[in-house]
Design a protein around this ligand. Structure first.
Ligand SMILES: [Zn+2]
Length: 386
């Protein structure tokens, strides 16, 4: 009997181990990205597909005509004069998503087009994540190279009754301010929008800490868009499972606990709960669960690959459209969803009007102070900080 239980336990734990390894066999790198070839001598005049994308990326970073980065159509390169850098539009590598995320060229920023307006969510097309690939070098050139240099470019923006800090470069801060005005108007006429925005406008949800945050993306080696002060999270606190990685971890944890329960039940069927074998077996099973949960907590994005879209944020489309009208993408449209996340990415909106109203023109070095003309209630902590 002793031997039987020991064997059964070993088989049980082997099965658990085999199941743990299943995650490693998931498709890590489906959906290779084809950035399109760069221009070569045999191509007809005009920009290659990669060159066209590159040109759009650069014009999206030049809304204030500051020429911090410039595009040269002759050889399809991007220049960063301040760093004396010349970058090729495309490295001509045909890389899968996660390899590309760690080895970005410029054309791949637009590897997927962003679709404006209401679309079917959750997005089930694998790696349909327009905007999740970012060229950090270009973002740093425009919005700041380091935490202190980004901080120096942050300005307080009035937004839904809060002061939030946003990057003044490339029209980002003033675009966010316009989004806020649109949202306030919408809240006055659309009950669903009013209901959604109420926690923010009433001060219940504090947005002051949901914009700038110099940090890596959870489970990744890349800087988050929040590092550059060009993203804002509308987190209502009503629903927690609005970010794909949190949801994936919660799902795996639930599965691990269910498996532990099954294993204990199987053990009970073979040994009496008071026996030494039972107590040793259940100790090992509990230990295995602890290890599994620790592993799940450390999961890297690239080790998960394809995801199962789950519970989604409920957000009125008018809110999403108010952001899109000003050059912001919504993370809720991503296959790897981030439903609270709005990010300023004008390159995805080629029809957006160029130029900035109050900041950035070469001849105009006045500080950007949009808050001067906007009546607002009690200022948040940001004002005290700046
Ligand atoms: Zn975010």
């Amino acid at each position: 009997m002793q031997q039987m239980i020991g064997f059964g336990l070993a088989a049980l734990l082997t099965a658990v181990l085999a199941n743990d390894n299943a995650g490693a066999n998931e498709i890590k790198n489906s959906n290779p990205i084809s950035p399109g070839p760069s221009k070569n001598a045999s191509e007809p005049p005009g920009l290659s597909a990669a060159g066209q994308r590159c040109q759009r990326v650069v014009s999206g970073l030049n809304r204030c005509q500051q020429d911090i980065v410039t595009f040269d159509p002759a050889d399809e390169t991007v220049r960063i004069p301040s760093k004396n850098r010349i970058l090729s539009c495309s490295d001509r590598k045909n890389l899968p998503f996660y390899s590309r995320a760690e080895d970005m060229d410029i054309a791949s920023v637009l590897f997927r087009e962003y679709e404006r307006g209401p679309i079917a969510v959750p997005e089930r097309r694998s790696f349909q994540d327009p905007g999740r690939l970012r060229n950090t070098e270009l973002l740093k050139s425009v919005y700041g190279n380091s935490k202190p240099s980004v901080e120096a470019k942050l300005v307080p923006v009035p937004f839904l009754g809060h002061w939030v800090s946003f990057n003044r470069e490339n029209g980002a801060a003033e675009s966010l301010e316009r989004v806020g005005r649109r949202l306030e108007q919408l809240a006055g006429s659309v009950p669903a929008v009013n209901n959604y925005l109420k926690p923010f406008m009433s001060g219940k949800s504090n947005l002051a800490n949901d914009t700038f945050n110099w940090r890596l993306i959870d489970g990744s080696k890349n800087l988050s868009a929040h590092s550059f002060g060009i993203a804002i999270d509308l987190e209502t606190g009503r629903e927690k499972n609005t970010y794909w990685l949190w949801e994936e971890k919660a799902r795996r944890k639930k599965e691990a606990v269910a498996k532990r329960d099954q294993e204990l039940a199987a053990l009970k069927a073979k040994a009496t709960p008071r026996s030494a074998d039972f107590s040793e077996g259940s100790r090992l099973i509990d230990e295995r669960l602890r290890q599994n949960i620790a592993k799940i907590a450390k999961l890297k994005e690239s080790s998960i690959g394809a995801i199962r879209p789950g519970k989604m944020h409920t957000i009125p489309w008018q809110v999403v459209e108010a952001f899109e009208a000003e050059g912001f993408i919504w993370g809720g449209k991503w296959n790897h969803f981030d439903c609270m996340h709005f990010e300023y990415r004008p390159e995805f909106f080629p029809d957006l009007k160029p130029g900035c109203m109050s900041h950035g023109a070469k001849a105009d070095k006045r500080p950007f102070q949009p808050w001067l003309n906007v009546p607002l209630g009690r200022p948040g902590p940001l004002l005290a900080r700046i």
